[in-house]
Design a protein. Structure first.
Length: 166
């Protein structure tokens, strides 16, 4: 499985930036930081002022993924639900293709996310008129939490790799 994102590389975490609900008056905070060979997406979700999401996005980079069946995320969570988001020029600004996953609290898991699991969303709602995901058009990826629960969150990520046919 070719590796797309390897957090053991010292230059990986600085390539991620936070985009939280503070852009619309909310009070959530989240960021990506390094802990050894891991990327840690963590912070605090707040439903105050209509908020309720925290996210990080990696800097854009063409990925050319049409020869692959999807992606896998090697992660250890806190029992909360997360989203892997894929951004493409196929969609309007602010829209993304998302796949939802929920790793068990405290356990490492390799989560397979085939392309068929991704659905187009815009501002938290399904984007009905969106074209199907074209893997060669993916330009950026990100992580998001928006599970409507106040409180701290922590998702440890070792890598994001391509999903191959077995």
């Amino acid at each position: 499985m070719p590796t797309l994102i390897d957090f053991s590389a010292g230059n990986e975490v600085p390539r991620w930036r936070a985009i939280n609900d503070t852009v619309m008056g909310g009070g959530s905070r989240g960021a990506m930081h390094a802990a050894g060979a891991l990327g840690i997406f963590s912070g605090e979700l707040s439903l105050t002022n209509g908020g309720g999401f925290a996210s990080v996005r990696r800097e854009p980079e063409p990925m050319r993924l049409s020869r692959h069946q999807g992606v896998t995320v090697e992660a250890r969570g806190d029992g909360r639900q997360y989203q892997l988001r894929l951004y493409s020029n196929q969609l309007i600004d602010g829209a993304a293709y998302r796949a939802v996953f929920q790793p068990p609290a405290g356990e490492w898991q390799r989560i397979a996310l085939p392309w068929s699991m991704f659905e187009a969303v815009f501002r938290g709602r399904l984007f009905e008129d969106a074209p199907p995901l074209a893997p060669d058009e993916i330009q950026q990826l990100g992580l998001l939490i928006a599970d409507r629960r106040d409180g701290a969150f922590r998702l440890e990520v070792a890598s994001i790799e391509t999903l191959e046919v077995s």
